[in-house]
Design a binder for this molecule. Structure first.
Ligand SMILES: [Zn+2]
Length: 63
């Protein structure tokens, strides 16, 4: 589990398990308190963000 005060190692979107508040956290950032509850909480990875390689799906029809 990822909890308040731990260092982040995966750039991505995280949310609190207590109330589902979502944040984007960079690598090396510390997991903060829950912004809603102003208290330490646990964070869950929602989606990874690949830095530098944003996958774009242009609306080109597959030939
Ligand atoms: Zn909360």
């Amino acid at each position: 589990m990822l909890s308040t005060g731990n260092k982040n190692w995966q750039f991505g979107i995280y949310k609190t398990v207590c109330c589902g508040y979502e944040i984007v956290l960079i690598v090396g950032g510390e997991f903060p308190n829950c912004p809603n509850h102003k208290a330490p909480t646990e964070w869950k990875l929602v989606a990874e963000i690949e830095s530098g390689e944003a996958k774009k799906s242009d609306s080109e029809p597959a030939a």
